[in-house]
Every structure is written in C-alpha cells, then in structure tokens.
Design a protein around this ligand. Structure first.
Ligand code: GLV
Length: 387
C-alpha cells in the first residue's frame, strides 16, 4: 500500500491505473489550457499569514453549505464520466462523501444513474442539471432527482456548448471506450480497471441511456452536448427550472459580477464562482482571482461558493478567507477514485481536511467559519486592473 501524503500522490496513481482516455479527460482544459493552468497557479500567488502564540486547541473545520451541516466546507463537484475513472465510480464517491460528512453532487453526465446512487447511499445527495432542448426529459429528470431524495439542484450555466479539449478528440473519448487499436494497447496495461469494469453493468451514461429520445451516439459526450444541450438557455428558462424544481437551487458557473447580481436577485440559495475547471472559456480569469470581486458585489445577498483549482486544504483556506462559504473539489477527488476507488476518495478528503486544519492552526485560527481576509497576504495586483 503506497504512502499517500498529498493529492499529487493520488494523481500519480490515477494516471498509472486508469486508461489514458479517461485520465486525459479529467486532466484537460480547453484550447491552450491557460485558464486551466491559472486556476492552480493563481492560488500560489496568495500567501498565508502566520500567527504565533495563539491558543490552537479545540479546532473545528465544521461549517454549513446552504443550511446543511458539513464536516468541512468542501463538497464533491459534479464530474461527468466519473464511473469510467473506476467501475461504479459515482456510487463509490457518493459513499465516501456520505461517510465523511460532505455533500456529493451527481452529474447529469454520470455513468451510475440517480436511482442507482440513491439505492447505495443513505443520505441525500445533490443533483447537477444540464438544461436540454427536450423539456420532457428535463421535467422527467428533475422528477427522478426529487424521488431519489436529492436535496439541492446544482444548475450548470456555463456549458450549453462544449469548449474543445484537444486530447479528448485525439483519444476518441467515449463511454464505454470504443475498441480501437491504441485503446486496446493502453487497456492491456490497466488490468485492474478492466476487471472491475467487466464485473459491472454500469458502463453507459446511466441518466440518459433508456431515458432520452433521439440520441445519435449515446456514448459520446460531444454528440450528446451538441445535439441535446439547449443553446437558448436564458434567465426565463432558468426561472422555469427553478419553479419546476421548487427546492434548493445552486447556480454554477458564474464568473462575472453582473451575472452574480442576477443570481442574487433571482433568489438562488447559492452561486458557484467557477470556470468549469478551465474546461470551457479558455482565456477567462481563474476562479480564485474573480472570487473577491464577486463576494464584494453580492456576498451579503447570496451564499458564494467556488470551485476550479482546489488541490489542497491550503487552497480551501484561501478561498474561505476570500469570502467563499463553500468550495468544491473535482479533479482532487477523481485522482483519489482513479487511484484507489472509494478508499481513495476518502483519502483525498482526509488529506484536504488535515491540510486545512493544520494550516488554520498555524494562521492562529481555530474555526473555519472565522477565516477572513486578514489571514492572507494578497499581492496588490492580485485581482488585476482590467479595462
Ligand atoms: C462536463 O461534463 C465536462 O466535460 O466538463
């Protein structure tokens, strides 16, 4: 059993144990990957302010996200094709999150279906929706999420059209993988992955296949998004979905103060400052860089969450200190899943919690809810002067 001390260790194992096609899918940004890179390098520009001789006993990382108690304010982000990183991946990740005490968000583009994840967990999870052209499908999937007990809807706003990720096209990404010669050669070195995949029935987009009409190639994320995602999504349609859902609503993919203001006035429970992990608009600023402005603009009126770029507890600390009430990890838990299944997701959460706890102590803080701007050293030009 390898000694895992940080998220990079899990990433290394994920790369070695998972077919290239799926590792690349997780590890890509769109186009030049500038935004993907800056999501992490911008975190490095922020420094932590060390404080000494402060009582550090009785620390807690517990908090709340949209009224739900969390062991730490770090939810699992919706990630498409999670069940291709490891057999039954969504079920494994949801179970790890449940045991740890953080929310799990199931993607519309998951391999395990809503019903399947519900059957293998005991606490409510969150459901992420992509808005489709087919309103019957949207209505039906919301009903399925409600029946499965999902207690929040995470509505993604920044992927009505897919940003191009070069590696996915070159690898011929699909779920399940098509057996081309390069794929077969690569799979031959991933025998554990293959054996587990052979032993499960869950190898297709479980929320889609058998539920949606008129799908050309149901194994391809590209065809599905191009054919089915609604390019006319606007605030009227978002209001229609809010009314159809009737429960807690989190708007994901906000990177602009004006859009954030609309989300706040709209009455959503939270918004997520996000550039989709750098997978959509390449050239957009990093989420951590946009976070302070959005918090200043709307932080009093709506709960602000953030994702994109978090790979450590120190990153979580920085996001919270800049005003986020909650954060999400995507790749960081996927590395754990690809490396070691459910145990790996738990490990990723443990690593992040421990880093958060110890760094918080060294900053002279005992309660994650008390983190604030003064815990950081922020370079004067961090936000940038953009015209
Ligand atoms: C969404 O599903 C993505 O591939 O980023």
């Amino acid at each position: 059993m390898p000694v895992i001390t940080n998220i990079a260790d899990l990433k290394d194992l994920h790369r070695r144990r998972t077919p290239k096609m799926f590792y690349d899918y997780a590890e890509s940004g769109s186009y030049t990957e500038q935004t993907f890179r800056e999501n992490t390098t911008d975190f490095e520009k922020l420094r932590l302010r060390q404080k000494v001789a402060v009582d550090m006993s009785g620390r807690t990382t517990e908090s709340e996200m949209i009224g739900r108690k969390v062991a730490m304010p770090v939810a699992l982000a919706p990630v498409g094709l999670t069940g291709m990183q490891r057999a039954d991946g969504e079920i494994k990740a949801a179970r790890a999150a449940e045991k740890f005490g953080v929310p799990f968000t199931l993607s519309t583009m998951s391999i395990c279906s809503i019903e399947d994840v519900a059957a293998h967990t005991t606490k409510p999870f969150w459901f992420q929706l992509y808005v489709m052209r087919d309103w019957e499908f949207v209505e039906a999937i919301l009903e399925r999420a409600r029946k499965a007990g999902c207690d929040a809807l995470v509505l993604t706003l920044d992927l009505q059209i897919l940003g191009q990720r070069h590696k996915d096209l070159k690898n011929g990404l699909s779920a399940p993988p098509k057996m081309t010669l390069p794929t077969m050669i690569n799979l031959a070195t991933k025998w554990q992955w293959g054996l587990e995949m052979l032993a499960t029935k869950r190898r297709f987009f479980g929320n889609i296949v058998g539920h949606a009409k008129g799908v050309g190639d149901a194994s391809s994320l590209f065809s599905w998004t191009a054919e089915q995602f609604d390019p006319k999504l606007d605030w009227d349609k978002i209001a229609r979905i809010r009314d159809m859902w009737g429960g807690k609503l989190i708007l994901k993919g906000v990177l602009d103060e004006e859009d954030a203001r609309i989300c706040a006035d709209f009455g959503a429970d939270a918004l997520i400052v996000s550039n989709h992990g750098g997978r959509q608009l390449d050239g957009a600023l990093s989420s951590i860089r946009m976070l302070p402005r959005i918090v200043r603009a709307v932080g009093k009126d709506i709960e602000v969450h953030m994702d994109s770029g978090i790979r450590s507890g120190q990153d979580v600390l920085k996001a919270l200190a800049l005003g986020a009430k909650g954060t999400y990890i995507g790749r960081a838990f996927i590395y754990g899943l690809g490396a070691m299944g459910e145990e790996g997701v738990t490990k990723a959460l443990e690593v992040i919690q421990k880093e958060l706890d110890i760094s918080m102590a060294l900053c002279g803080e005992r309660d994650v809810k008390e983190l604030r701007h003064e815990n950081l050293l922020v370079p004067a030009d961090f936000e940038g002067d953009w015209v």
